[in-house]
Design a protein around this ligand. Structure first.
Ligand code: NAI
Length: 466
């Protein structure tokens, strides 16, 4: 085969694409991965999950020093921070991880091609880079181009004062007043970063709750907690117009149907993301799209049988770990293996403090399906480790269904919820019952004991709660 002909070409090198490329190479295919940006890793590594978690960690550490240290017996006079250093740490983390993907590609003999790919026929791509155009051919293709932030028509991104998550992660200074449109996961995470660093933050959310996809207990609990931390919320509110004068933005907002003006120095628009499916020439080769979403069957095949699509491009939650699982599965499917993704066990995490983490059915979903359920809910106030950590805000809520009370949902708000939720992935995957979890021997003292306790509470046999 020539250097321009491959068994599999993956378009996009995010957590979906790079995992697909590596698994395909491990399975013996000759693989290329085409990426339009300079570095590998896609949105997650470069301008999403990773840089946001770096800034969340730095700002949370600062906030802890400022508000919690003294209570822990640690005296530091007037803690302060260096925002440039926080930003350069973030860039170092991103650099290390994106270089890590490059070295995994090298190790697995994957050809990384920098450029923008477009189908010119069903088996041929034209790749445009700074060096010109080239043609790449393949037997199979995996589309993994991800998604992009949705702009508001009256607030086009300039990534300086009107920013998407990308611009918000790269601000040069902490804004005095930050307006956030959208109280979803991006909205509350980035609002947390800048609120901790001293911005006056206002979130404008269309619905009557924030983080609407989560269980109501988390949406309500987080709203209460973030309000206490100093973030202002306008719910049932919609921005309708904007006046932008350099670093002063006036937004006209319909707050519960009354028009008001709110002012800020930076506006973060975080009203969702849309599949990045345009410009690939898909319609021209009869790959079906529905409102930009690439239509696939259960094996990730598009309407062209040798072209597969995964991640944010297809239906389902726009989450890095969902894309990675699909990337792994699609490579195996192309190799003739019978691999599937379990969509019932996808954790959904919000990295605020306290963190929110959800998996499986919410209580509302379980009730709307008329399932016979039991619900157990325990507060971290009753957990000895949380007490030692002087961090008892939050709860664990579990939902068991059916005669055997299989775990069908777990919802956690609290410190380390992002780590705790992953035990539920295995439990749901393996169809574990609440009784099995409630009678497992869990290390003491740990936050995980609250999971055991919540299962016990659902079955009315919890020892440590009333
Ligand atoms: P989102 O869908 O989570 O939230 C958008 C929010 O904006 C919704 O609450 C919606 O009601 C509100 N909204 C929409 N139009 C509005 C308007 N005109 N005015 C006021 N509010 C409006 O979307 P978000 O936060 O932008 O995140 C995009 C995707 O990125 C999500 O699918 C998310 O799963 C993913 N992501 C995941 C992270 C994680 O796992 N921790 C972190 C960041 C992003």
């Amino acid at each position: 085969m020539s250097d321009t002909k491959f068994d599999i070409v993956v378009i996009g090198s995010g957590p979906g694409g790079y995992v697909a490329a590596i698994r395909a190479a491990q399975l013996g295919f000759k693989v290329a991965c085409i990426e339009k940006e300079k570095t590998l890793g896609g949105t997650c590594l470069n301008v999403g999950c990773i840089p946001s978690k770096s800034l969340l960690h730095s700002s949370e550490s600062y906030s802890w020093l400022k508000h919690e240290a003294e209570q822990n017996g640690i005296l530091c006079q007037k803690p302060s921070f260096d925002f440039d250093k926080m930003q350069s740490n973030k860039e170092e983390v991103v650099k290390g991880l994106t270089q890590g993907v490059a070295s995994l590609f090298k190790h697995n003999n994957i050809t990384a091609i920098q450029g923008k790919a477009k189908f010119v026929s069903t088996h041929m791509l034209e790749v445009t880079s700074k060096d010109g155009k080239s043609i790449i051919e393949a037997t199979n293709f995996i589309l993994a181009t991800g998604s992009e932030p949705i702009p508001l028509p009256f607030l086009p991104f300039d990534e300086k004062t009107i920013v998407s998550s990308t611009g918000a992660l790269a601000l040069k200074n902490v804004p005095k007043k930050l307006l956030v449109i959208g109280g979803g996961v991006i909205g509350v995470e980035l609002a947390s970063v800048y609120n901790r660093l001293g911005s006056e933050v206002t979130i404008i959310e269309m619905l009557d709750q924030i983080c609407a996809g989560m269980d109501d207990a988390i949406s309500k609990g987080l709203l209460q907690s973030l309000k206490k931390q100093g973030i202002t919320f306008h719910l049932k509110s919609k921005a309708t117009e904007a006046k932008v004068k350099k670093e002063k933005i006036q937004l006209k907002v319909l707050i519960e149907d009354k028009s008001q003006t709110v002012e800020g120095n930076v506006v973060l628009v975080a009203v969702g993301r849309r599949p990045y499916s345009f410009g690939l020439g898909l319609e021209e080769i009869n790959v079906k799209l529905e409102k930009g979403v690439v239509v696939v069957d259960n094996n990730f095949r598009t309407t062209q049988k040798h072209i597969f699509a995964i991640g944010d491009l297809i239906d389902g939650p726009m989450l890095a770990h969902k894309a990675s699982e699909e990337g792994y599965a699609v490579a195996e499917i192309i190799a003739g293996k019978n691999t599937a993704v379990n969509y019932l066990a996808i954790p959904n995490i919000i990295y605020t403090h306290p963190e929110g983490a959800s998996i499986g059915l919410t209580e509302k979903e379980a009730r709307s399906k008329n399932l016979d359920i039991v619900v157990g809910n325990v507060s971290f106030r009753g957990n000895s480790r949380a007490r030692c950590n002087l961090d008892t805000e939050g709860f664990v809520k579990v939902i068991g269904a059916g005669p055997k009370r299989h775990l069908v949902g777990m919802h956690i708000m609290g410190a380390q919820a992002s780590e705790l939720i992953n035990s539920a992935v295995v439990a749901i995957e393996k169809q574990t019952t609440l009784h099995e979890i409630a009678t497992s021997l869990i290390g003491h003292p740990t936050l995980s004991e609250s999971i055991k306790e919540a299962c016990g509470a659902a079955l009315k046999c919890a020892v440590h709660s009333l």
